[in-house]
Design a protein around this ligand. Structure first.
Ligand code: A2P
Length: 272
């Protein structure tokens, strides 16, 4: 595993995304991922699998201190009076005293960024979490959080070679934050791109490994690939023993001209 330091936190740069994993499959795959060497697990209230992720953590032999566990507060729980009880409920489901990272999952149209970030800061004060961050936040909202004195360490957003996130990434890096890439394989779309396939063939790697390598070669980027297939889980972790040439990196950079955003629900904010 490769680690990234963000402020005074050290995060495993590659994590397991658990969106859509349910029931026994969620606990079994998470436990399997931990046994393969995954140390960073990303869940959320909305995924409905915090209990199963907690079960997998308890079943695995990995020390709690060696794990980086993230959960996220859903946008219906952001108001004062709802935020902290919802985080306590997450901890109960996970069976943990704290999570390593607590995120606001999406900004809300009903609750102001200030009110939501206040909840996040209170959760940190109460040691429900070590670090705090946001997800699906445009630059202006992150700025509001920073102005409030919140020590945001990451903004978790969709990011893969087919989506141009340069503006947001530069902003985050300038302000000593990281970008955590969800849907790093574009939910599978990246894997059929002809340029990525050609590059993959030249390295004897899979298209998924090339896309993940491109992400983690960016110094402030973490990636959370998802898979229900043990073979894919294992190969997605096997991306630390090769480097992309400058020429291939540039060819991959160029793909963002397609600017394909896959996750864009009705309640999404106006993106940068
Ligand atoms: P599967 O569960 O069959 O592995 P993202 O992480 O961008 O959301 O993408 C998830 C999708 O990518 C899932 O459909 C998953 O399918 C697929 N996937 C994940 N890893 C690989 C891989 N190494 N090779 C092929 N498909 C993969």
């Amino acid at each position: 595993m490769q680690y990234l330091q963000v402020r005074h936190y050290v995060l495993p740069q590659l994590g397991l995304g658990t969106f859509e994993l349910q029931g026994k499959e969620a606990s079994n795959l998470t436990e399997m991922a931990l046994s393969m060497g995954y140390r960073h697990i990303d869940t959320a209230q909305m995924y409905g699998n915090e209990t199963q992720v907690g079960t997998a953590i308890r079943r695995s032999s990995v020390d709690r201190d060696d794990l980086w566990i993230t959960t996220k507060v859903w946008h219906t729980e952001l108001a004062e009076g709802r935020f902290l009880p919802s985080v306590q409920a997450s901890l109960d489901r996970l069976g943990l005293d704290y999570v390593d990272l607590l995120l606001i999952h999406w900004p809300s149209e009903e609750v102001s960024v200030e009110e939501a970030v206040m909840g996040l800061m209170q959760a940190q004060d109460r040691e429900y979490c070590r670090a705090i961050g946001v997800s699906n936040f445009p630059k202006a909202y992150v700025e509001t959080a920073l102005e409030m004195g919140a020590e945001i360490i990451t903004n978790q957003v969709e990011y893969h070679p087919l989506l141009d996130q340069r503006e947001l990434l530069y902003y985050l890096v300038e302000n000593k934050m990281s970008l955590t890439a969800y849907s790093p394989l574009g939910q599978g779309h990246v894997l059929n791109d002809p340029t990525i396939k050609d590059i993959a063939a030249n390295y004897g790697k899979s298209p998924a490994q090339i896309a993940l390598r491109w992400l983690i070669e960016q110094d402030e980027v973490l990636a959370l690939p998802r898979s229900t297939n043990p073979r894919h889980l294992r190969s997605n972790l096997d991306v630390f023993n090769f480097r992309l040439s400058q020429e291939d990196k540039l060819a991959l950079d160029m793909l963002s001209e397609q600017n394909r955003r896959i996750v864009n629900p009705d309640f999404a904010p106006e993106w940068d």
